[in-house]
Design a protein around this ligand. Sequence first.
Ligand SMILES: C[S@@+](CC[C@H](N)C(=O)[O-])C[C@H]1O[C@@H](n2cnc3c(N)ncnc32)[C@H](O)[C@@H]1O
Length: 301
Amino acid sequence: MKVAHTTTRGIAFRGLAEEVLRDPTFRRQYRRKVQLIFTSPPFPLNRKKKYGNLQGEEYIEWLASFAPIFCGFLKPNGSIVMEIGNAWKPGSPVMSTLALEALLAFMKKGKLHLCQQFICHHPARLPSPAQWVTVKRVRVKDSYTHLWWMSPTEHPKADNRKVLRDYSPSMLKLLRNKRYNAGRRPSQHSIGKKSFFKNNKGAIPPNVLTYANTKSNDEYQEHCRRHGLMPHPARMPAGLPKFFIKFLTGPRSLVLDPFAGSNTTGAVAELLKRRWVAIEPDKDYLKGSKGRFLAAKEKRA
Ligand SMILES: C[S@@+](CC[C@H](N)C(=O)[O-])C[C@H]1O[C@@H](n2cnc3c(N)ncnc32)[C@H](O)[C@@H]1O
């Protein structure tokens, strides 16, 4: 188990998750201490990325084998949030259900509850699968990933007041004018005036999230360019871990990303004053990930 780098709040280990998570020193240090495991495991993709992917049954078994291991690191009210993308059958315009089967196997093996399902829409994603979307024109752009929020308990730590959004202009107008047709809606929901006009300092967000890879990734890419490193091919937008870390953890909570890649999770945890642990086997991805923390350091200085 090699330490790749550390910060005041976090530590990145170089190695395979299956090995690092079984290391006795690692287990002693982090067992039952983690509030949130936020991760995006390698997907079963058609096109091999640099780090390779297992396929079929092997992938399902491999991912599911992590469920009991992850649970051993969680606090009793902890959560696991896993981002899993869509997959397509090679050479065919039909989707693979592998990711869903892997998720179900993972939940079963860990005896996990599905607390809520989220969709992350990536508006800037290139049209894919290209053959069927841009050449044959028989499918539309595949532009979202799923995030599955799971926990060993039905009541993990969570507070949606930590992730409120700005009110829309029409809601702000309503709150100002206090004029609204209260009563029963066509959907049979009844809206009381009192509760509707209460200013809760923001709107409760939906479970559809939209983020683009922006500023923080520009800084990361600049760091990679300067050091002759290939940027990670499957980075997640920083807004994603930010939403779940705020929603499901508190200050100083411990956040673990066992498939850390460019360590978007660790960098966001650091900015939000949470402690973090990252695991990634690829030396270059780890070198590149240091750039995320340099940018944060410069910003604080
Ligand atoms: C989808 S990427 C994660 C991207 C990351 N969320 C980010 O924003 O950069 C999955 C990562 O898992 C790593 N990986 C593959 N097999 C692994 C294993 N057995 N243990 C730990 N990490 C692994 C890959 O090298 C890759 O960087």
